[in-house]
Design a protein around this ligand. Structure first.
Ligand code: SF4
Length: 78
């Protein structure tokens, strides 16, 4: 995150309390050079709160669920 687009932003911006705030944070992440590792860090550490790697909490839950399903050889959403 030290080289990410958020380095100069207040950390609270990435822990929004509503959908508008989530979209603002995601917009900053959009072209961040650290987007991929940031997302993988959040997924690997099961970080539930905040916007990481351009994803919301809900999106990360979906990604983890899809990966679990894929690992089990099940279609996503099963
Ligand atoms: S992807 Fe977003 S939260 Fe992660 S380092 Fe970049 S700007 Fe920060």
């Amino acid at each position: 995150m030290a080289v990410g687009n958020c380095a100069e932003e207040p950390p609270t911006l990435f822990f929004p309390s509503d959908g508008v705030g989530v979209e603002v944070a995601k917009k900053i992440c959009e072209d961040c050079p650290s987007k991929e590792p940031c997302l993988e860090y959040a997924l690997a550490n099961r970080i539930d709160h905040g916007v990481w790697g351009g994803t919301s909490e809900r999106q990360r839950r979906r990604i983890l669920k899809a990966r679990r399903s894929a690992a089990l050889g099940q279609p996503a959403g099963a």
